[in-house]
Design a protein around this ligand. Structure first.
Ligand SMILES: *Cc1c(COP(=O)(O)O)cnc(C)c1O
Length: 468
Protein backbone atom coordinates (compact mmCIF):
# COMPACT_ATOMS: atom_id res chain seq x y z
CA UNK A 1 0.00 0.00 0.00
CA UNK A 2 2.67 2.44 1.02
CA UNK A 3 3.97 4.48 -1.89
CA UNK A 4 7.31 6.24 -2.13
CA UNK A 5 7.13 9.86 -1.02
CA UNK A 6 7.14 12.52 -3.70
CA UNK A 7 9.63 15.34 -3.58
CA UNK A 8 7.02 17.77 -2.25
CA UNK A 9 5.86 15.33 0.40
CA UNK A 10 9.41 14.95 1.65
CA UNK A 11 9.85 18.70 1.92
CA UNK A 12 6.46 19.08 3.57
CA UNK A 13 7.39 16.55 6.23
CA UNK A 14 10.67 18.31 6.80
CA UNK A 15 9.29 21.82 7.25
CA UNK A 16 5.55 21.92 7.87
CA UNK A 17 3.64 21.42 11.11
CA UNK A 18 0.01 20.72 10.15
CA UNK A 19 -3.12 21.75 12.07
CA UNK A 20 -5.26 19.33 14.01
CA UNK A 21 -2.77 16.53 13.44
CA UNK A 22 -0.49 14.21 15.36
CA UNK A 23 2.50 14.65 13.05
CA UNK A 24 3.67 11.12 13.80
CA UNK A 25 0.61 9.83 11.93
CA UNK A 26 2.11 11.41 8.81
CA UNK A 27 4.92 8.83 8.83
CA UNK A 28 2.34 6.20 7.95
CA UNK A 29 0.04 8.50 6.07
CA UNK A 30 1.87 11.42 4.45
CA UNK A 31 0.13 14.66 3.45
CA UNK A 32 -1.66 14.63 0.13
CA UNK A 33 -0.26 17.46 -1.95
CA UNK A 34 -3.06 19.09 -3.89
CA UNK A 35 -2.17 20.66 -7.21
CA UNK A 36 -5.50 22.01 -8.33
CA UNK A 37 -9.18 22.09 -7.61
CA UNK A 38 -12.25 22.18 -9.79
CA UNK A 39 -15.84 22.14 -8.57
CA UNK A 40 -16.16 19.59 -5.77
CA UNK A 41 -12.89 17.90 -6.77
CA UNK A 42 -9.33 18.24 -5.50
CA UNK A 43 -6.51 16.84 -7.66
CA UNK A 44 -3.23 15.64 -6.20
CA UNK A 45 0.25 15.46 -7.71
CA UNK A 46 -0.53 12.14 -9.38
CA UNK A 47 -3.77 13.51 -10.73
CA UNK A 48 -5.74 11.30 -8.39
CA UNK A 49 -8.91 13.20 -7.53
CA UNK A 50 -10.89 13.45 -4.29
CA UNK A 51 -14.45 14.60 -3.85
CA UNK A 52 -14.28 17.31 -1.20
CA UNK A 53 -17.26 16.22 0.92
CA UNK A 54 -16.20 18.49 3.80
CA UNK A 55 -15.92 21.65 1.70
CA UNK A 56 -12.30 21.94 2.88
CA UNK A 57 -13.24 22.44 6.53
CA UNK A 58 -16.70 23.83 5.85
CA UNK A 59 -15.62 26.93 4.00
CA UNK A 60 -16.28 26.20 0.35
CA UNK A 61 -19.73 26.98 -1.02
CA UNK A 62 -19.52 27.21 -4.80
CA UNK A 63 -16.70 24.82 -5.66
CA UNK A 64 -12.95 25.14 -5.99
CA UNK A 65 -11.51 27.57 -8.49
CA UNK A 66 -14.94 29.02 -9.12
CA UNK A 67 -14.72 31.14 -12.27
CA UNK A 68 -16.89 34.00 -11.07
CA UNK A 69 -15.21 34.38 -7.68
CA UNK A 70 -11.72 33.95 -9.10
CA UNK A 71 -12.38 36.66 -11.66
CA UNK A 72 -13.60 39.11 -9.01
CA UNK A 73 -10.56 38.36 -6.86
CA UNK A 74 -8.17 38.75 -9.75
CA UNK A 75 -9.72 42.04 -10.88
CA UNK A 76 -9.58 43.46 -7.38
CA UNK A 77 -5.94 42.46 -6.93
CA UNK A 78 -4.95 44.86 -9.70
CA UNK A 79 -6.91 47.74 -8.16
CA UNK A 80 -6.32 47.57 -4.40
CA UNK A 81 -5.23 44.57 -2.35
CA UNK A 82 -5.34 45.93 1.19
CA UNK A 83 -5.42 49.09 3.20
CA UNK A 84 -5.25 50.09 6.82
CA UNK A 85 -8.83 49.92 8.12
CA UNK A 86 -8.66 52.46 10.96
CA UNK A 87 -9.88 55.78 9.61
CA UNK A 88 -9.65 54.32 6.11
CA UNK A 89 -12.21 52.32 4.26
CA UNK A 90 -12.96 50.88 0.83
CA UNK A 91 -15.97 50.13 -1.31
CA UNK A 92 -15.93 46.31 -0.98
CA UNK A 93 -16.07 46.48 2.84
CA UNK A 94 -18.80 49.12 2.79
CA UNK A 95 -20.91 47.08 0.38
CA UNK A 96 -20.38 43.86 2.33
CA UNK A 97 -21.41 45.55 5.58
CA UNK A 98 -24.47 47.07 3.94
CA UNK A 99 -25.55 43.74 2.47
CA UNK A 100 -24.97 41.81 5.68
CA UNK A 101 -27.09 44.25 7.67
CA UNK A 102 -29.87 43.81 5.12
CA UNK A 103 -29.61 39.99 5.06
CA UNK A 104 -29.22 39.16 8.76
CA UNK A 105 -32.04 39.24 11.35
CA UNK A 106 -33.48 42.64 12.30
CA UNK A 107 -31.57 44.75 14.75
CA UNK A 108 -28.08 43.69 13.69
CA UNK A 109 -27.06 47.05 12.28
CA UNK A 110 -23.32 47.37 12.81
CA UNK A 111 -20.56 45.27 11.31
CA UNK A 112 -17.11 44.82 12.85
CA UNK A 113 -14.49 43.16 10.64
CA UNK A 114 -11.88 40.64 11.79
CA UNK A 115 -10.01 37.99 9.84
CA UNK A 116 -10.93 34.48 11.03
CA UNK A 117 -13.63 32.71 13.00
CA UNK A 118 -11.83 32.53 16.32
CA UNK A 119 -11.03 36.23 16.27
CA UNK A 120 -14.69 37.01 15.57
CA UNK A 121 -15.53 35.07 18.73
CA UNK A 122 -12.92 37.04 20.69
CA UNK A 123 -14.46 40.25 19.38
CA UNK A 124 -17.99 39.26 20.43
CA UNK A 125 -16.84 38.16 23.90
CA UNK A 126 -14.83 41.33 24.46
CA UNK A 127 -17.59 43.60 23.16
CA UNK A 128 -20.21 41.99 25.36
CA UNK A 129 -18.00 42.25 28.43
CA UNK A 130 -16.98 45.83 27.73
CA UNK A 131 -20.60 46.79 27.04
CA UNK A 132 -21.57 45.70 30.52
CA UNK A 133 -18.56 47.41 32.11
CA UNK A 134 -19.60 50.64 30.40
CA UNK A 135 -23.29 50.41 31.24
CA UNK A 136 -22.83 49.91 34.95
CA UNK A 137 -23.28 46.13 35.12
CA UNK A 138 -19.81 45.47 36.41
CA UNK A 139 -20.65 42.14 38.05
CA UNK A 140 -21.00 40.55 34.61
CA UNK A 141 -17.65 38.91 34.02
CA UNK A 142 -18.45 35.38 32.89
CA UNK A 143 -19.86 33.67 29.84
CA UNK A 144 -22.26 30.79 29.66
CA UNK A 145 -21.55 28.10 27.07
CA UNK A 146 -22.89 24.65 26.33
CA UNK A 147 -21.29 21.27 26.70
CA UNK A 148 -19.92 20.09 23.33
CA UNK A 149 -19.70 23.66 22.07
CA UNK A 150 -16.97 24.66 19.63
CA UNK A 151 -16.10 28.28 18.99
CA UNK A 152 -12.50 28.19 17.79
CA UNK A 153 -9.08 27.67 19.30
CA UNK A 154 -7.68 30.93 20.58
CA UNK A 155 -7.73 31.08 24.37
CA UNK A 156 -10.95 33.08 24.70
CA UNK A 157 -12.71 30.89 22.16
CA UNK A 158 -11.39 27.73 23.83
CA UNK A 159 -12.70 29.04 27.15
CA UNK A 160 -16.26 28.86 25.85
CA UNK A 161 -15.61 25.65 23.94
CA UNK A 162 -16.76 22.40 25.46
CA UNK A 163 -14.91 19.78 23.42
CA UNK A 164 -12.32 18.33 25.78
CA UNK A 165 -10.10 17.14 22.96
CA UNK A 166 -9.24 20.75 22.14
CA UNK A 167 -9.27 22.57 25.46
CA UNK A 168 -8.45 20.08 28.22
CA UNK A 169 -4.73 20.67 28.36
CA UNK A 170 -5.18 24.45 28.43
CA UNK A 171 -7.68 24.50 31.31
CA UNK A 172 -5.35 26.40 33.69
CA UNK A 173 -5.16 29.23 31.14
CA UNK A 174 -8.86 29.53 30.38
CA UNK A 175 -11.64 31.84 31.56
CA UNK A 176 -13.98 30.57 34.24
CA UNK A 177 -17.01 29.79 32.06
CA UNK A 178 -20.43 28.74 33.33
CA UNK A 179 -21.24 25.49 31.59
CA UNK A 180 -24.73 24.18 30.90
CA UNK A 181 -25.59 20.80 29.43
CA UNK A 182 -26.57 21.36 25.80
CA UNK A 183 -29.16 19.62 23.64
CA UNK A 184 -28.50 15.98 22.76
CA UNK A 185 -31.27 14.88 20.41
CA UNK A 186 -29.74 11.50 19.55
CA UNK A 187 -29.64 10.55 23.21
CA UNK A 188 -32.36 12.90 24.47
CA UNK A 189 -32.62 12.73 28.27
CA UNK A 190 -36.35 13.54 28.00
CA UNK A 191 -37.04 11.15 25.12
CA UNK A 192 -38.51 13.96 23.07
CA UNK A 193 -38.93 13.56 19.33
CA UNK A 194 -37.45 16.32 17.14
CA UNK A 195 -40.83 16.88 15.38
CA UNK A 196 -42.72 17.45 18.63
CA UNK A 197 -39.86 18.74 20.76
CA UNK A 198 -40.58 21.35 23.44
CA UNK A 199 -36.88 21.75 24.23
CA UNK A 200 -37.29 20.58 27.80
CA UNK A 201 -33.51 20.39 27.98
CA UNK A 202 -33.39 24.20 28.00
CA UNK A 203 -33.95 23.78 31.74
CA UNK A 204 -30.24 23.03 32.11
CA UNK A 205 -29.48 26.51 30.82
CA UNK A 206 -32.30 28.04 32.84
CA UNK A 207 -30.96 26.55 36.06
CA UNK A 208 -27.55 28.12 35.47
CA UNK A 209 -29.01 31.45 34.40
CA UNK A 210 -31.34 31.77 37.35
CA UNK A 211 -28.41 31.07 39.64
CA UNK A 212 -25.66 33.07 37.93
CA UNK A 213 -27.38 35.73 35.79
CA UNK A 214 -25.85 38.61 37.71
CA UNK A 215 -22.40 37.35 36.77
CA UNK A 216 -23.14 36.39 33.18
CA UNK A 217 -22.51 38.79 30.34
CA UNK A 218 -23.45 36.56 27.39
CA UNK A 219 -24.58 33.12 26.34
CA UNK A 220 -22.81 31.78 23.26
CA UNK A 221 -24.25 29.11 21.02
CA UNK A 222 -23.88 27.40 17.64
CA UNK A 223 -27.39 27.68 16.16
CA UNK A 224 -29.02 24.38 15.07
CA UNK A 225 -25.79 22.35 14.73
CA UNK A 226 -22.99 21.83 17.21
CA UNK A 227 -20.70 21.12 14.33
CA UNK A 228 -17.25 20.22 15.65
CA UNK A 229 -18.81 18.10 18.41
CA UNK A 230 -20.00 15.74 15.65
CA UNK A 231 -22.75 17.55 13.74
CA UNK A 232 -25.08 17.38 16.72
CA UNK A 233 -28.35 18.83 15.47
CA UNK A 234 -31.24 20.25 17.46
CA UNK A 235 -34.55 21.91 16.55
CA UNK A 236 -35.12 25.69 16.31
CA UNK A 237 -37.42 25.66 19.35
CA UNK A 238 -34.34 25.41 21.54
CA UNK A 239 -32.99 28.67 20.15
CA UNK A 240 -36.32 30.35 20.66
CA UNK A 241 -36.38 29.34 24.31
CA UNK A 242 -32.79 30.44 24.73
CA UNK A 243 -33.51 33.84 23.24
CA UNK A 244 -36.43 34.24 25.68
CA UNK A 245 -34.21 33.35 28.62
CA UNK A 246 -31.46 35.76 27.59
CA UNK A 247 -33.99 38.57 27.26
CA UNK A 248 -35.59 37.70 30.58
CA UNK A 249 -32.26 37.80 32.41
CA UNK A 250 -30.81 40.73 30.47
CA UNK A 251 -27.95 38.70 29.03
CA UNK A 252 -26.51 38.95 25.52
CA UNK A 253 -27.00 36.12 23.08
CA UNK A 254 -24.03 35.45 20.80
CA UNK A 255 -24.94 33.37 17.75
CA UNK A 256 -21.85 31.69 16.36
CA UNK A 257 -22.95 31.09 12.77
CA UNK A 258 -19.40 30.59 11.56
CA UNK A 259 -20.14 27.02 10.45
CA UNK A 260 -23.88 27.22 9.77
CA UNK A 261 -24.20 30.65 8.16
CA UNK A 262 -24.61 31.29 4.43
CA UNK A 263 -27.18 28.67 3.63
CA UNK A 264 -25.73 25.54 5.22
CA UNK A 265 -28.89 24.75 7.17
CA UNK A 266 -31.26 25.55 4.30
CA UNK A 267 -31.86 29.17 5.28
CA UNK A 268 -29.35 31.95 4.79
CA UNK A 269 -28.76 32.02 8.55
CA UNK A 270 -29.73 29.31 11.02
CA UNK A 271 -31.27 31.83 13.44
CA UNK A 272 -33.97 32.55 10.86
CA UNK A 273 -35.49 29.12 11.45
CA UNK A 274 -36.15 30.06 15.06
CA UNK A 275 -37.28 33.57 14.12
CA UNK A 276 -34.80 35.07 16.55
CA UNK A 277 -32.30 37.88 16.46
CA UNK A 278 -29.16 37.51 18.58
CA UNK A 279 -27.27 40.45 20.07
CA UNK A 280 -24.13 39.36 18.28
CA UNK A 281 -23.74 37.23 15.18
CA UNK A 282 -20.32 35.87 14.24
CA UNK A 283 -19.71 34.93 10.61
CA UNK A 284 -16.69 33.61 8.76
CA UNK A 285 -15.97 30.36 6.82
CA UNK A 286 -18.55 30.57 3.98
CA UNK A 287 -18.40 34.36 3.97
CA UNK A 288 -15.74 34.26 1.25
CA UNK A 289 -16.93 31.01 -0.32
CA UNK A 290 -13.76 29.32 0.90
CA UNK A 291 -11.35 31.72 -0.76
CA UNK A 292 -9.83 33.95 1.88
CA UNK A 293 -9.86 34.37 5.64
CA UNK A 294 -12.34 37.00 6.73
CA UNK A 295 -14.82 37.29 9.56
CA UNK A 296 -17.36 39.74 10.88
CA UNK A 297 -19.31 40.35 14.04
CA UNK A 298 -22.69 41.97 13.62
CA UNK A 299 -24.28 43.69 16.57
CA UNK A 300 -27.07 46.04 17.62
CA UNK A 301 -27.34 49.80 17.93
CA UNK A 302 -27.69 49.29 21.68
CA UNK A 303 -24.25 47.70 21.88
CA UNK A 304 -22.71 50.18 19.47
CA UNK A 305 -24.06 53.15 21.40
CA UNK A 306 -22.50 51.96 24.66
CA UNK A 307 -19.08 52.54 23.04
CA UNK A 308 -19.95 55.77 21.25
CA UNK A 309 -18.70 58.79 23.19
CA UNK A 310 -15.98 61.42 23.36
CA UNK A 311 -12.53 59.91 22.98
CA UNK A 312 -11.52 60.94 26.49
CA UNK A 313 -14.15 58.68 28.07
CA UNK A 314 -12.05 55.74 26.82
CA UNK A 315 -15.11 53.78 25.82
CA UNK A 316 -13.93 52.92 22.31
CA UNK A 317 -13.52 49.32 21.21
CA UNK A 318 -9.82 49.28 20.45
CA UNK A 319 -9.57 45.72 19.11
CA UNK A 320 -7.82 45.44 15.76
CA UNK A 321 -6.09 43.01 13.43
CA UNK A 322 -3.54 43.94 10.78
CA UNK A 323 -5.77 42.41 8.13
CA UNK A 324 -9.10 43.68 9.50
CA UNK A 325 -11.43 44.19 6.56
CA UNK A 326 -8.90 43.03 4.00
CA UNK A 327 -9.88 44.43 0.61
CA UNK A 328 -9.39 41.26 -1.43
CA UNK A 329 -11.34 39.19 1.08
CA UNK A 330 -14.14 41.76 1.15
CA UNK A 331 -14.30 41.86 -2.63
CA UNK A 332 -14.67 38.07 -2.67
CA UNK A 333 -17.31 38.19 0.07
CA UNK A 334 -19.20 40.76 -1.96
CA UNK A 335 -19.19 38.42 -4.94
CA UNK A 336 -20.42 35.54 -2.77
CA UNK A 337 -23.27 37.64 -1.35
CA UNK A 338 -24.20 38.77 -4.85
CA UNK A 339 -24.31 35.13 -5.97
CA UNK A 340 -26.78 34.39 -3.17
CA UNK A 341 -28.98 37.19 -4.51
CA UNK A 342 -28.71 36.34 -8.17
CA UNK A 343 -28.55 32.55 -8.29
CA UNK A 344 -31.39 31.38 -6.05
CA UNK A 345 -28.88 29.53 -3.91
CA UNK A 346 -31.24 28.87 -0.99
CA UNK A 347 -33.74 27.06 -3.25
CA UNK A 348 -30.89 25.04 -4.69
CA UNK A 349 -29.67 24.05 -1.22
CA UNK A 350 -33.14 22.98 -0.16
CA UNK A 351 -33.66 20.90 -3.29
CA UNK A 352 -30.27 19.25 -3.06
CA UNK A 353 -30.82 18.69 0.63
CA UNK A 354 -33.99 16.73 -0.10
CA UNK A 355 -32.20 14.59 -2.65
CA UNK A 356 -29.26 14.01 -0.34
CA UNK A 357 -31.62 12.96 2.44
CA UNK A 358 -33.35 10.45 0.18
CA UNK A 359 -30.16 8.87 -1.11
CA UNK A 360 -28.55 8.78 2.32
CA UNK A 361 -31.58 7.38 4.13
CA UNK A 362 -31.72 4.53 1.62
CA UNK A 363 -28.02 3.88 1.94
CA UNK A 364 -27.71 4.00 5.70
CA UNK A 365 -31.06 3.12 7.20
CA UNK A 366 -30.46 -0.57 7.52
CA UNK A 367 -26.74 -0.56 8.00
CA UNK A 368 -25.42 -2.17 11.17
CA UNK A 369 -23.31 0.16 13.32
CA UNK A 370 -25.16 3.19 12.01
CA UNK A 371 -26.99 4.60 15.02
CA UNK A 372 -28.62 7.36 13.06
CA UNK A 373 -28.48 9.38 9.87
CA UNK A 374 -29.35 13.00 10.57
CA UNK A 375 -29.49 16.00 8.32
CA UNK A 376 -30.22 19.71 8.28
CA UNK A 377 -29.92 21.62 5.00
CA UNK A 378 -26.78 20.39 3.28
CA UNK A 379 -25.20 18.87 6.37
CA UNK A 380 -25.68 15.13 6.80
CA UNK A 381 -24.12 12.95 9.48
CA UNK A 382 -23.90 9.29 10.35
CA UNK A 383 -23.27 8.38 13.94
CA UNK A 384 -21.49 5.04 14.16
CA UNK A 385 -22.30 3.08 17.31
CA UNK A 386 -21.42 -0.29 18.79
CA UNK A 387 -25.08 -1.14 19.24
CA UNK A 388 -28.04 0.35 17.40
CA UNK A 389 -30.54 -0.36 20.16
CA UNK A 390 -28.58 0.93 23.13
CA UNK A 391 -26.70 3.57 21.09
CA UNK A 392 -23.57 2.50 22.91
CA UNK A 393 -20.63 4.39 21.42
CA UNK A 394 -17.75 2.61 19.70
CA UNK A 395 -14.46 2.67 21.59
CA UNK A 396 -12.73 5.93 20.67
CA UNK A 397 -9.23 4.44 20.95
CA UNK A 398 -9.89 2.35 17.84
CA UNK A 399 -10.04 5.57 15.81
CA UNK A 400 -12.63 4.05 13.55
CA UNK A 401 -13.50 7.35 11.92
CA UNK A 402 -9.85 7.83 11.03
CA UNK A 403 -9.58 4.31 9.56
CA UNK A 404 -12.63 4.95 7.43
CA UNK A 405 -11.28 8.33 6.37
CA UNK A 406 -8.07 6.73 5.04
CA UNK A 407 -9.95 4.02 3.19
CA UNK A 408 -12.37 6.49 1.63
CA UNK A 409 -9.46 8.61 0.39
CA UNK A 410 -8.11 5.62 -1.50
CA UNK A 411 -11.48 5.53 -3.27
CA UNK A 412 -11.35 9.23 -4.17
CA UNK A 413 -13.52 10.60 -1.38
CA UNK A 414 -12.49 13.16 1.23
CA UNK A 415 -14.65 12.76 4.31
CA UNK A 416 -12.89 13.75 7.50
CA UNK A 417 -14.89 12.29 10.35
CA UNK A 418 -15.26 13.79 13.81
CA UNK A 419 -14.48 10.83 16.04
CA UNK A 420 -16.96 8.15 15.00
CA UNK A 421 -19.27 10.56 13.26
CA UNK A 422 -19.00 10.65 9.48
CA UNK A 423 -20.52 13.66 7.84
CA UNK A 424 -21.26 15.25 4.49
CA UNK A 425 -20.95 18.99 4.09
CA UNK A 426 -20.33 19.32 0.36
CA UNK A 427 -20.05 22.49 -1.71
CA UNK A 428 -23.52 23.60 -2.81
CA UNK A 429 -22.69 23.05 -6.47
CA UNK A 430 -22.41 19.27 -6.02
CA UNK A 431 -24.27 17.38 -8.78
CA UNK A 432 -26.64 14.48 -8.19
CA UNK A 433 -24.10 12.03 -9.57
CA UNK A 434 -21.41 13.40 -7.30
CA UNK A 435 -23.78 13.22 -4.36
CA UNK A 436 -24.49 9.58 -5.16
CA UNK A 437 -20.76 8.86 -5.44
CA UNK A 438 -20.16 10.54 -2.07
CA UNK A 439 -22.84 8.53 -0.30
CA UNK A 440 -22.32 5.18 -2.03
CA UNK A 441 -18.57 5.34 -1.51
CA UNK A 442 -19.09 6.12 2.16
CA UNK A 443 -21.46 3.22 2.53
CA UNK A 444 -19.11 0.85 0.73
CA UNK A 445 -16.21 1.97 2.90
CA UNK A 446 -18.17 1.58 6.12
CA UNK A 447 -19.41 -1.89 5.15
CA UNK A 448 -15.94 -3.07 4.13
CA UNK A 449 -14.41 -1.68 7.29
CA UNK A 450 -16.84 -3.42 9.60
CA UNK A 451 -16.70 -6.66 7.60
CA UNK A 452 -12.99 -6.77 8.25
CA UNK A 453 -13.32 -5.67 11.83
CA UNK A 454 -15.94 -8.32 12.59
CA UNK A 455 -14.40 -10.95 10.32
CA UNK A 456 -17.63 -11.53 8.40
CA UNK A 457 -18.70 -10.84 4.89
CA UNK A 458 -21.84 -9.23 3.54
CA UNK A 459 -22.95 -9.87 0.02
CA UNK A 460 -23.14 -6.62 -1.87
CA UNK A 461 -26.83 -6.71 -2.57
CA UNK A 462 -27.80 -7.53 0.98
CA UNK A 463 -27.66 -4.50 3.22
CA UNK A 464 -28.93 -6.44 6.17
CA UNK A 465 -25.80 -8.48 6.64
CA UNK A 466 -25.64 -9.68 10.20
CA UNK A 467 -22.72 -7.77 11.45
CA UNK A 468 -24.02 -6.71 14.81
C1 LIG B 1 -14.60 26.91 12.56
C2 LIG B 1 -15.38 27.49 13.65
C3 LIG B 1 -14.87 28.52 14.45
C4 LIG B 1 -13.46 29.02 14.33
O1 LIG B 1 -13.16 29.59 13.10
P1 LIG B 1 -11.63 29.63 12.62
O2 LIG B 1 -11.64 30.44 11.39
O3 LIG B 1 -11.23 28.20 12.39
O4 LIG B 1 -10.84 30.24 13.71
C5 LIG B 1 -15.70 29.05 15.42
N1 LIG B 1 -16.95 28.59 15.59
C6 LIG B 1 -17.48 27.62 14.84
C7 LIG B 1 -18.88 27.19 15.06
C8 LIG B 1 -16.70 27.01 13.86
O5 LIG B 1 -17.19 26.00 13.15
Amino acid sequence: MKQALTELQKRDLQYVWHPCSQMKDYEQFPPIVIKKGQGVWLYDENNQRYLDAVSSWWVNLFGHANARISQALSDQAFILEHTIFANFSHEPAIKVAEKLVALTPDGLNKVFFADNGSSAIEVALKMSFQYHMQTGKTTKKRFLALTDAYHGETLGALSVGGVGLYNEVYQPLLLDTVRAQGPDCFRCPFQEKPESCHAQCIQFVEEELSQHHEEITAVIIEPLIQAAAGMKMYPPIYLKRLRELCTKYDIHLIADEIAVGFGRTGTLFACEQAGIAPDFMCLSKGLTGGYLPLSVVLTTDDVYNAFYDDYGTMKAFLHSHSYSGNTLACRVALEVLTMFEEERVIDMIQNKGERMRKIAMEAFEELPFVGEYRQVGLVGAIELVANRETKEPLPSEERIGYQIYKRALAKGLLIRPLGNILYFMPPYIISDDEMRFMIETTKETVVQFFEEREGVSCSNDNQRCHLS
